[in-house]
Design a protein around this ligand. Structure first.
Ligand SMILES: [Zn+2]
Length: 490
């Protein structure tokens, strides 16, 4: 058997987070009555003229800058002609040979995964971005939940004219996990700068993968298949994996592959061919005569650039350097901006105990947030209070185990760490004078055990610890009790 190389290129469509559509004033709100948010422009009525929404340009620029892309000062909208019921004009306004942004280089972090899905060995990887262009979305055909759907198709045009940024890569990915890490990188970056909600389950981030295989050493690409209906990044990864295996098996058995579009069926964990529309489209692109070329001035780009916060990838890198975190920890703590801000504020409040703060957030706080369905900025435990709790544990005022109970209580009630510790009567006694006094009492009360211990029966040490803890009603700091007892029993 020869070695096979996998070749993957990706197209991501991200819905830009505007209130209104790209070429008219209709709302982009999700979930409204079908066809409620429509007007002559997005219905494609004769004579209606498009006007470009300025906010689309601003958010498109934020998206481009978040991915480190250059923005063309001049780009041109073009008509992409095809017929489909959800496209009332008979063409989609998109961009073609003069896109908003082109020829970018993006660095991402990627890792292969073991069978349990654990990432090992994160490495940087360079992805060539062919283009990022702006376009309008089509409407939706509805085939379910309405009368006589066996005889009729229904059209909902609320989505028609919603603004999209389409981001296309070169065929640079060599494994499904590289593709997975890329889409997650793009998703996080777009959310980070507020360009898109980028939520695949809501459909405001959609992804298509072009997959082929070739024998190692071949310079010609194999027959490629386009994968659609990928409703999560994980489904995309699984669909690619399935296709790669199918391609290799077909070719090794001497079969032939067909260039086609296939859909992922999550229920069956397999891809199947899409009913072929017409293949080999000729979209007959031409410049949109109703819109002037889009000119984005250097001033506007600089103004938007100045409002872009520190991006997630450099921030994760800084976390590894500044706080000594592993890449996996840093990546998790920069999953969204609110969490990254929370982390840094908590570290500061803990007097710089980055390692302990990381552990408390990763193992305790994130679980509580997830159960409650909250983001870090909505946490009932503010960052300053988490830092305070870390400090209480660090100083030995309470034990780590008690700290966990305290955090749960803080989360449920919104009370401060100090209040909960006080109310629960948890404060540990770390005053050595106080502890010495208890130890002296215990030693005086147990002369027989003292004699045996000094005679060599060292297992009795535990007995003395137990007696001291009991006499202090469990509040003595065990670490100090141990130290002082060793000293006193000599
Ligand atoms: Zn409209």
């Amino acid at each position: 058997m020869s070695n096979w190389e996998t070749i993957i290129g990706l197209e991501v469509h991200a819905q830009l987070s505007t209130q209104s559509k790209i070429f008219c004033g209709c709302s982009t709100r999700f979930g409204d009555e079908p066809n409620a948010n429509t007007c002559p422009v997005c219905l494609g009525l004769p004579g209606a003229l498009p006007v470009l929404n300025r906010r689309v340009v601003e958010l498109g620029a934020r998206a481009a800058l978040a991915l480190g892309l250059h923005i063309n000062e001049r780009s041109v909208f073009a008509r992409k002609n095809y017929f489909y019921p959800d496209l009332p004009k008979g063409y989609q306004i998109s961009q073609y040979d003069q896109p908003f942004s082109a020829n970018g280089i993006l660095e991402i972090m990627t890792a292969e995964r073991d069978d349990a899905g654990h990432a090992r060995d994160w490495k940087p990887m360079t992805v060539r971005i062919t283009r990022l262009h702006l376009e309008e979305d089509a409407g939706k055909n509805v085939h379910e939940g309405l009368p006589d759907v066996d005889r009729y198709s229904y059209i909902d045009l609320n989505r028609a004219g919603t603004p999209l940024a389409e981001i296309v890569t070169e065929p640079d990915f060599r494994s499904s996990w590289q593709a997975y890490d890329y889409v997650n990188h793009v998703r996080r970056a777009l959310q980070w700068v507020g360009a898109s909600e980028a939520d695949m389950e809501k459909g405001n981030l959609r992804c298509e993968a072009n997959v082929s295989v070739r024998r190692e050493g071949d310079d010609k690409f194999g027959t490629k298949v386009e994968l659609k209906n990928l409703n999560s990044v994980r489904f995309m990864q699984k669909a690619i994996e399935f296709e790669v295996e199918r391609h290799i098996k077909t070719l090794e058995e001497g079969g032939r592959l067909v260039q086609e579009t296939r859909l992922w069926d999550e229920r069956l964990s397999e891809t199947r061919p899409m009913r072929s529309k017409e293949e080999a489209h000729d979209y007959r692109y031409f410049p949109e005569p109703d819109l002037p070329p889009l000119v984005v001035t250097r001033d506007l780009i600089e103004e938007i650039g100045a409002s872009i916060p520190e991006l997630p990838a450099p921030r994760a890198k800084r976390f590894t350097e500044q706080y000594g975190l592993s890449y996996a920890d840093a990546s998790q703590l920069t999953a969204d901006r609110a969490l990254a801000d929370y982390y840094e504020a908590a570290v500061e409040a803990s007097s710089g105990n980055a390692r302990a703060t990381t552990n408390w957030i990763r193992s305790e706080l994130l679980r509580e947030l997830e159960t409650a369905g909250l983001s870090a900025d909505k946490s009932p435990v503010p960052a300053a209070e988490l830092g305070a709790l870390v400090k209480f544990v660090d100083d030995g005022a309470i034990s780590g185990k008690q700290g966990k109970d305290v955090l749960v209580e803080m989360f449920a009630t919104g009370k401060t760490a100090a209040t909960v510790i006080e109310e629960k009567g948890l404060v540990q006694v770390s005053d050595t004078g106080e502890i010495d006094r208890v130890i002296d009492e215990v030693i005086a009360a147990n002369p027989k055990q003292l004699e045996q211990y000094r005679g060599g029966k060292e297992t009795l040490f535990g007995f003395f610890v137990g007696q001291v803890m009991k006499a202090s009603k469990g509040k003595a700091n065990p670490k100090i009790v141990n130290e002082r007892l060793k000293e006193k029993l000599k």
